[in-house]
Design a protein around this ligand. Structure first.
Ligand SMILES: C[S@@+](CC[C@H](N)C(=O)[O-])C[C@H]1O[C@@H](n2cnc3c(N)ncnc32)[C@H](O)[C@@H]1O
Ligand code: SF4
Ligand code: SF4
Length: 503
């Protein structure tokens, strides 16, 4: 098999000290080197790394020891990207074949994770055999596990011995009354527990698992699913508890709820949060803690850069029949190229900030960005399945979240609805930066007060955002434009056009 060539035009990573994630531009200065090293190329733990490094999930763990009201793993659709969904389950040996095939094709691959479709630690033999096989065959790849935490206290030593240094634990509550409304039952110690008793055991084990994993030197990310009316007010307490135990980053994710998924929440009409509700909880949790805002809520067999799922290219039937080449040297060259560009971009960023230094400190604007990854404005408005949303000021561009929409430019009867959905999802933005946009959507965006900006196509996101912001600030200064309040400022005024939001 031919090895892919590492492009010298690897995107300028360090255009970014965006907050959230880890703000890796600053990381080496403020974090111990051992931690900065673990962040450098992990796309989920570092907002900046997610532009340049890929992950893959291997679906070796079908069983689960907890039931969540939002999860149904029986439903599969190749086009759907959401947790728990897989096209095929793998044996550990098949997983290794797939890892090596992906590693040979994707120089950006940095992380292999087990994230289901059930729970990795409810399938310990399969999970640990997979980790051992991958470790032996491709030791430069990071290993990562995502668990509900029920069995975590029993496996921390084994995880560490397996070379896992990133663990994600889903914690939706620390109050069993709240927990009973999210997790109807668990199986623990060979017994099935229900309701409050189940939630009490689950919560105790989750917190103990986090404590032990941190003590063992692992970086712990906590995922919380935001369920409006159930744990929205409670997640600040969860945040406090897990920070107290040393969790590194908190990922507050919106509930995905649809009757077609056959989940309890879907069938009972429990809605997901609006973009504003999600942002409000993330802000409340932020304080001095790290909050992840770039999570894509991936499938349990996701492959590629976040937001660029290539899982269907790497199904078992499509893998090369023989042993795939492990292209470790190509991955190392990619890492080195990104490092060089990080150094260069750090200087370029200072220059870009100087260009907006005279903008009033209190002027800010919210912009949406259509991107396919690599840190660039490189997606057509009508093809974007989601937009990254940034708040821009003279301090730089700060990611506030991801708005998922139905791509409207796909033909068919739903086009108008999809465009309306996108307009609603971006209703608190002043501009949308795109690689291209048609005349009709441009006019509709303008009528909704959103400027479609295509002149920075293929530029790096912060570079494009600041260039647009400099022009916007000049127009505001001349009295030609009025700054628009963001949804956080108008608290609930805007509605949400997200496909993950039924509200
Ligand atoms: C499918 S789970 C697999 C790992 C493990 N069993 C767990 O729950 O952490 C991966 C992540 O997806 C989240 N998830 C599953 N279904 C979801 C849904 N409908 N909406 C939002 N998050 C969901 C889980 O809470 C978890 O954080
Ligand atoms: S613990 Fe994970 S896999 Fe199990 S039901 Fe909950 S979300 Fe699904
Ligand atoms: S679901 Fe979120 S945390 Fe997990 S791999 Fe995808 S982006 Fe990363």
């Amino acid at each position: 098999m031919k090895l892919p060539v590492v492009s010298p035009e690897v995107p300028a990573a360090a255009n970014c000290r965006f907050s959230g994630g880890c703000g890796l531009g600053e990381a080496p200065a403020v974090l111990p080197e051992a931690i900065a090293e673990k962040l450098r190329n992990h796309p989920c733990y570092s907002e900046e790394a997610h532009h340049h490094f890929a992950r893959m999930h291997v679906a070796v763990a079908p069983a689960c020891n907890v039931q969540c009201h939002y999860c149904n793993r029986k439903f599969d659709c190749a086009n759907e990207s959401r947790p728990g969904v897989v096209s095929e389950r793998l044996s550990p040996e098949e997983a290794l074949r797939k890892v090596l095939a992906v590693a040979a094709e994707l120089p950006q691959l940095a992380v292999v994770g087990v994230a289901g479709p059930g729970d990795p630690l409810a399938n310990p033999e399969r999970t640990f055999r997979t980790l051992a096989l991958v470790r032996a065959a491709a030791p430069d790849l990071r290993l990562c596990v995502s668990t509900n935490g029920l069995a975590l206290p029993d496996h921390v030593d084994e995880l560490r011995a397996a070379g896992v240094d990133h663990v994600t634990v889903t914690i939706n509550m620390v109050d069993p009354e709240v927990g009973a409304r999210i997790h109807p039952w668990i199986v623990h110690g060979g017994r099935r527990l229900e309701g409050r008793a189940a939630a009490e055991v689950l919560s105790g084990r989750q917190l103990e698992g986090v404590r032990r994993a941190v003590a063992a030197g692992m970086l712990v990310k906590v995922n919380s699913v935001l369920v409006p009316g159930v744990n929205d007010r409670h997640l600040v307490e969860v945040n406090r508890a897990v920070r107290g135990l040393g969790a590194f980053v908190h990922n507050v994710m919106p509930l995905i709820s649809d009757p077609a998924h056959g989940t309890h929440y879907g069938l009972t009409g429990q809605r997901g949060p609006t973009a504003e509700e999600l942002e409000a909880v993330q802000r409340a949790c932020e304080g001095d803690a790290r909050v992840m805002r770039h999570c894509r809520q991936c499938r349990a067999d996701a492959v590629g850069l976040l937001g660029q799922d290539r899982s269907q290219e790497f199904t078992l039937a499509r893998l090369p029949p023989g042993p795939a080449q492990d292209a470790a040297e190509v991955r190392a060259a990619h890492r080195a190229a990104v490092e060089r560009l990080r150094d260069r971009a750090a200087g370029a960023r200072a220059e870009r900030l100087r260009a907006v230094a005279s903008v009033p400190a209190d002027l800010r604007a919210r912009v949406a960005v259509a991107t396919r990854g690599e840190g660039r404005v490189n997606e057509h408005f009508g093809h974007a399945p989601s937009f990254q949303v940034y708040d821009v000021s003279r301090a730089g561009a700060r990611l506030v979240g991801l708005r998922r929409v139905d791509a409207y430019c796909v033909g068919g009867e739903g086009e108008d609805d999809a465009l309306e959905g996108a307009l609603a999802a971006l209703s608190d933005c002043t501009a949308v930066l795109v690689a291209k946009v048609g005349r009709c959507p441009r006019e509709k965006l303008a009528a909704a007060g959103i400027e479609a900006v295509s002149e920075h196509a293929h530029a790096f996101i912060e570079e494009a955002a600041l260039a647009w912001f400099a022009r916007f600030a000049a127009e505001v200064a001349r009295g030609e434009r009025t700054p628009r309040p963001t949804s956080a400022e108008t608290a609930g005024e805007a509605s949400c056009g997200s496909t993950i939001c039924t509200g």
